[in-house]
Design a protein around this ligand. Sequence first.
Ligand SMILES: Cc1ncc(COP(=O)(O)O)c(C=O)c1O
Length: 494
Amino acid sequence: MTIDPETRTLFESSRPGAPGFRFPEADRPDKPESNPVPDTLRRGYPAALPEHGEIETVRHFTKLSRRNYGVDLGFYPLGSCTMKYNPKVNEDAASLQGFTALHPMQSDEDAAGILRLSGELLEGLCEITGMDGGTLQPMAGAHGEFVGMKLFRAAFRARNQMNRTRLLVPDSSHGTNPASAHLAGFDVVTLTSGPGGLLEPDALDPYLDDNLAGIMLTNPSTLGLFETRIKEVADKVHGAGGLLYYDGANLNAVMGRVRPGDMGFDVMHINLHKTFSTPHGGGGPGAGPVLVKKGLLPYLPVPVLVKKKDGKWMRDWNRNQSIGKASTWFGNTGVLVRAFTYMKAMGGDGLKMVSDMAVLNANYLLSCLKEIYTAPYPGPCKHEFVLSAKSLKDNTGVAAMDIAKGLIEYGIHPPTVYFPLIVPECLMIEPTETETKESLDRFVQVMGELRELADRDPEALHHLPRNTVVGRVDEVRAARHPVLSHMMIDDRPD
Ligand SMILES: Cc1ncc(COP(=O)(O)O)c(C=O)c1O
C-alpha cells in the first residue's frame, strides 16, 4: 500500500528515536523506585507510540486543522443540524476551571455552582417550552427521545396499561423518532403526511383505541413546516388515553413564539447542541434534555435536581418510581454550561429574535432558490426548507449529490441530502439566524452557477470537487467495503 506523505498519520510518519520530550534525570538516584508501579500493572513491551519532534507534531495538527471545515470558516447550511455561529464567550465559560476540574463524585456542597447552573438551566428551558420539570442527563437528541419513550412506558406501567404499545410517527418526522420508539419496545406505525406535507388529524382515527401509546411529532417537521392542526391531534391522542411526545430539536424555529407545553405535549426533548450553542454537525458532543408535564415528574431519571428551601440545589436520589439513571454521570456538562451562558446572554427577547431571524433567513433563501430549483413545498417555511433535484436529474443527469459536491468546490458546506426520504433527490437547507445577507446571497449565486453548469456541462459536475484534499469518494464502495481501521503500527514502512 503506498501512502501519500501528505496524508500520513503520525504513526505512519513516526521516526524511531526522534526526540519529542525528554524527562529530566531523577533527582533521587538513591531512591529510583520510590513510587514503583506494581509488576502486575506494568506493560511487558514498550508502548506503540509515534515518535516525532515538536515541530513535526505541530505541523501535522496545523495541516489537519486547515483541511477541516467548520462554521467558523464559512456557510454551513446543513438542514436539521442548526449549524449556527457559536459565540466564543460560551467556550470561555465552559473552559473555566471551576467546571472542568470538578469530579462527578464530589458532594453537592462542593459542586454547588454546577448544580445551581444546571437547576437554573432547567428552569429556563421549562419557561421557554411550557413544561414543568426535567432531566439534563441525555447526551443527544436521540438519547432524549429514548428516555422520553421510557417515561411513556413508566407512566403506562403505573396506570396498569402495558397494552398501550402502538406509537404513531408521521413520515415527515426525524429518522431517530421511530428508531427510539422501537428501541424502547413500542410498535411504530408510520402516518402518511397530507398533500401539503402536514399531518392530517384524520390519519390518527384508525388507531384511537386502548392500544394507543401516543404520538411522536417533530415540529417543525423535517420539511421545515409547522404542524398547524396540532390542537386537534392533541385532543384526539389524549381523548384515547395516549401521550404526546414533541421532538424539539428544531426549537430554533419557534422559541419565544409558541411552547410545546401549551400545545398539549406531555414529554419533549431539546437539542441544546443545535439551538443553544455547540453546533454538532460533525457528530460532536451533545445534550438532549428531556422536559415533562407534572404527571410524568415521578418517573424522571435519578438524580433529580431539586431546589432546597435555602435556595441551594441538591441531587435527589430517592425516587422510587424513577426509570433509573440515563447517563453514567449527570450529562454532558460542557454543553450545559455553553447552553446556560447562551440563554443568559440572549435573554428572553434575544431568543425570540433568534427564531424570528432564523425563519426570515430561511424564507429569504427559499424565495430566491425556488426560482432556480424545484421547491416541493413553496412556503412560507420555518427555519429550514427542502428543494428537490428530481427534475434536474431527469433532464440533465445531475443529482442532488452532484450539487452538494459542487458546493464544496466553492468552499461552502453542502446541505443535508436525500433526507427526508419522502422528497426525491432532496436538498435540505437550514441557513440559521447567524448568517448575513451577503453570505446568503453568495450561496444563492453559487447555487445558480451550479444550476447553469448542470445545463451547460453536466459531466463536469460529476467530477467536482477537484480542488480539495479528498475529491469524489466512491460512496457505494465505502458503504459496502468499509475499512474500519487504519494501518497497524507493525505494518508501517521502515
Ligand atoms: C428533528 C431532529 N430530531 C432528533 C435529532 C437527533 O439528535 P441527535 O443527533 O443529537 O441524536 C435531530 C438531529 O439532528 C433532529 O434534527
